[in-house]
Design a protein around this ligand. Structure first.
Ligand code: F1P
Length: 291
């Protein structure tokens, strides 16, 4: 059976997260100080990692943190520090933000000497987390892992859970017709990222919502043959309501970033079921460069 590049790369996440934890002390001085007002910026998966970082940093009490898709940056707001996440370092919208803004910045990228580094105050280069695959897996979680660790999280907990997530059985998840991914706080961004994985890798119908907002309409989609996937803790009442719809419920006590690995694996399995090649997603390239 073919093993796709993205499958090989996602399986390296426990090791990459451990490497990230070892790497942090050498770059921590480039990351925002406690209390600084921060804007985190990215596109695609890197946008969702910016969103997750904002939630993690604020809930750790380390300072106000907003997040933006590169194309939507608010130049009228005042920030102390910009954090830009981009695997390729070539994504047009994030380069534009750095060019137009004079806020001190730190870019986190996988590629040394990439265009984005020319415009940033500081560059954190994580070449060890780079990927050949178009669909991001380990890059996104390594960048977020670095930022979680900088906000006091012990990445070893996630790395151990990642090993469990890699060895776990996916059950019937790859055979459902639709998945709604839910999260609370910073895991809303993981729900978004999981949804993006299934769309990119498998052209699959997925949606993503804050868990409690899911009740306000989107829940009508849930039914037998479809799934509801919850990142982080699940409210007991909401769980009952989901189960009553007949949808398959996926929840986990693993660290949410490790739980995301199950979603990455599910996205690839769905692609296989549909006869698609997840290493060559339709209409996508490694980086979006606008002319
Ligand atoms: C961002 C991104 C990816 C997406 C695709 C196109 O790239 O939108 O999230 O999967 O590969 O580019 P980057 O700015 O992190 O390099």
């Amino acid at each position: 059976m073919t093993q796709y590049i993205c499958e090989k790369e996602l399986a390296t996440q426990p090791a990459i997260w451990r490497q990230t934890a070892e790497f942090l002390p050498s770059v921590a001085h480039m990351l925002p100080a406690h209390g600084a007002k921060v804007a985190a910026v990215g596109c695609g998966s890197s946008w969702f990692m910016s969103q997750a970082y904002a939630g993690v940093r604020e809930s750790a009490g380390n300072g106000e943190t907003d997040f933006y898709a590169g194309s939507e940056f608010n130049y009228d707001r005042k920030y102390d520090h910009l954090v830009v996440i981009t695997r390729s370092g070539t994504t047009t919208e994030v380069i534009d933000v750095l060019k137009k803004s004079s806020i001190p910045s730190t870019v986190i990228t996988a590629v040394a000497g990439s265009p984005v580094t020319e415009h940033a105050t500081h560059s954190i280069i994580m070449e060890f987390a780079d990927e050949e695959s178009v669909v991001q897996t380990r890059w996104a979680t390594a960048a977020l892992g670095l930022l979680r660790a900088h906000n006091g999280f012990d990445l070893e907990i996630a790395a151990k859970d990642a090993e469990i997530a890699l060895a776990s059985d996916l059950g019937g998840l790859a055979n459902v017709e639709q998945i709604s991914f839910l999260g609370t706080g910073w895991t809303i961004a993981l729900a978004q990222e999981a949804g993006l994985k299934t769309r990119e890798a498998a052209q699959f119908w997925s949606e993503a919502y804050p868990a409690f907002d899911y009740r306000h309409g989107p829940m009508s989609i849930a039914q037998e043959g479809r799934a509801v996937w919850v990142f982080g803790p699940l409210d007991a009442k909401l769980e009952k309501e989901i189960l009553a719809t007949g949808a398959l419920l996926e929840k986990s006590s693993l660290d949410p970033m490790a739980h995301l690995i199950r979603a990455q694996r599910t996205a690839i399995e769905i692609a296989k079921v549909k006869g698609l090649d997840p290493d060559h997603p339709r209409g996508l390239s490694r980086s979006i460069i606008l002319s």
